[in-house]
Design a protein around this ligand. Structure first.
Ligand code: FES
Length: 577
């Protein structure tokens, strides 16, 4: 042992001074049949698994874990799989986002408290990716990400249908009387016809792409379909690589820098990524003590066209994206235009340039050329003005170009419940030029900041054949949703941000080109209204939700809990037996 490098796990399994502790740590592990030589000081690799039958997008993760294990053993490591809180986007109420921070605490403490020298993060469904990255960042040992991959394309009655995006379309068709209820139900299994996460460029695929752009996973991590043999090969190679990373002591903070986040913002623009990436990247950066603000989105996202023709911005789905060349083919184009910080490091020890400079594009209809993109001015736009002094965001590639500069009369809903009760009221004084405003759905007002910002349009407007109107809120929206939707308005109404001052009939001016969002009401009137405003606050019975509302930060700060920001390292006190 003396010439051998001592890793962190040796404190548990190879103590020279606390023999009884070593007996306990090793002895109990032996009940799983692990032979003696696995405890000889080799790198112990944790496989952090968000497998759950209630998180269907991650339902195949035990199989992925088996491939990771093969790679770890092959490289001379000792893999140990452990479960963590799995936040399911499709099942968990009131919203999976409420539990992202809780899950990150689970991940952080599980990594720090256990004998592991490196960790493989198995991530898929929307919130499982940021929660694992956040938790791991706060510990900062060698870390590699492996995504579970998207489902195969949905096919229904001769059409391809995408996760989420298809639901919003089918729902609008059902409301407009264009399809029957039977058609609607039949589409369920046609949409989700294989293992994997949503196969639109929703939040899951966006975050898988962000993991790749940040340098936290091997190339092609985002797009290989969940059932493709190459997904398992990538998992195997990641298992092999993490053992080397431990030997090189290549920790997460050595891989991910401010330059990596700038690259991720640019890639998000080029892929037409989800608005949720803004919040998640801010939270991950906060854990790594990297200063990332909405101004960075404005600075780095500017002039990045959307190249990837995927739903909800475009036509195709993740399976097509993989066959067309995936994220490497996108990064290659950005590299050619000198838009990427080419020296940013990645988990395989190579730079982002070395990994992607020779990537091929096999289908220019799915991954468009930089000079004839899907949307010229893509990415996420940051709007500021007297309604949103700390910013609000919009995704132009999913919005209607004719609404990018618009003035309209506000139709205000104080809560999501009021919206649901009134939206189809035939007496609602709304027309296609109105602007729907929803309050009290931010991180504090609706704990977890529900994905309700893409409010459905009033039936009477849908019946006129109108499919889009401007909507403004302090909520989020699903990454699979689309429309001219202004989200994450900061500060939120529940903490008396100026969004709270908007009243029915006020005129709102939206100017996406010039990044402006203003209420045509004087500042004095706004202040007076805010003084009198009584936010609708949620009833909290205690437990985790109490901690959440007491400590959650605003959306521009990533909606993390204030006391979780930063790295706390991997040191842990010995517990003597
Ligand atoms: Fe899990 Fe979309 S619901 S990725």
């Amino acid at each position: 042992m003396s010439e051998k490098k001592r890793y962190r796990s040796a404190e548990w399994y190879n103590s020279k001074t606390h023999k009884r502790d070593t007996f306990v740590h090793r002895g109990w592990m032996r009940n799983q049949g692990h032979p003696d030589h696995l405890f000889d000081g080799r790198p112990v690799i944790g496989i952090c698994n968000t497998w759950s039958e209630l998180t269907p997008c991650n339902g195949h993760f035990r199989e992925i874990s088996e491939s990771v294990k093969k790679g770890v053993y092959e490289a001379g490591g000792f893999p140990l799989e452990f479960p963590v809180f799995s936040a399911s986007e499709s099942n968990l109420r009131p919203t999976a986002m409420l539990f992202r921070n809780l899950a990150s605490m689970d991940v952080e403490e599980a990594i720090r408290g256990n004998p592991m020298d490196g960790v493989v993060l198995l991530m898929g469904c929307d919130k499982t990716t940021p929660s694992l990255l956040m938790g791991a960042a706060s510990v900062d040992i060698p870390t590699i990400g492996v995504s579970g991959g998207p489902m195969l394309n949905g096919h229904h009655k001769g059409n391809t249908i995408g996760s989420g995006t298809g639901v919003w379309q089918l729902d609008a068709d059902l409301s407009a009387g264009k399809i029957t209820e039977e058609d609607f139900i039949e589409a369920e299994i046609s949409m989700s016809r294989s293992k994997g996460n949503c196969m639109t460029m929703g939040t899951a695929s966006t975050m898988g792409s962000m993991v790749e752009a940040l340098g936290m996973a091997l190339p092609h991590n985002a797009a290989i379909p969940a059932v493709d043999a190459r997904r398992y090969s990538l998992a195997h190679m990641s298992g092999k690589r993490i053992v080397e990373m431990v030997k090189e002591n290549l920790t997460m903070s050595k891989v991910v820098s401010k330059a990596s986040f700038e690259n991720a913002i640019k890639v998000n623009g080029a892929i037409g990524g989800s608005t949720n990436a803004v919040i998640h990247l801010a939270a991950i950066a906060g854990r790594l003590e990297i200063d990332l603000t909405l101004d960075d989105w404005e600075k780095c996202g500017k002039d990045i066209p959307t190249l990837v023709n995927l739903q909800p911005s475009g036509k195709y789905l993740m399976e097509d994206f993989y066959y067309a060349g995936g994220v490497p083919a996108v990064i290659k184009q950005l590299l050619d235009k000198k838009l990427i910080n080419k020296n940013a490091l990645t988990v395989n020890g190579k730079t982002i340039e070395e990994n992607n400079i020779n990537a091929d594009c096999w289908n220019k209809e799915v991954i468009k050329n930089f000079d004839s993109p899907l949307v010229k001015d893509g990415g996420i736009k940051i709007l500021k003005g007297n309604i949103a002094p700390d910013g609000a965001i919009i995704k132009p590639s999913a919005a209607s170009s004719e609404l990018m500069q618009h003035k309209g009369k506000a139709i205000v809903f104080e809560s999501i419940e009021e919206f649901q009760n009134k939206i189809d009221d035939p007496n609602l004084d709304v027309d296609k030029n109105s602007i729907l405003v929803l309050k009290n759905c931010g991180p504090r007002g609706y704990p977890g900041m529900a994905e309700v910002g893409n409010m459905r349009l009033p039936k009477k407007i849908l019946k006129q054949g109108i499919r889009d109107m401007i909507r403004i809120s302090d909520a989020r929206m699903s990454g699979t949703a689309y429309g001219t939707v202004i989200l994450h308005t900061c500060p939120e109404a529940a903490v008396k941000g100026p969004l709270a001052a908007v009243q029915n009939g006020d005129i709102i001016e939206v100017d996406v080109k010039n990044c402006k969002l203003n209420l045509n009401v004087s500042n004095e009137v706004i202040e007076k209204r805010l003084e009198a405003y009584q936010p609708i606050l949620p009833e909290i019975k205690g437990g985790y939700q109490k901690m959440y509302v007491d400590h959650v930060m605003q959306a521009d700060k990533g909606a993390d809990l204030d006391f979780l920001v930063g790295k706390r390292g991997s040191e842990v006190k010995r517990h003597s037996h």
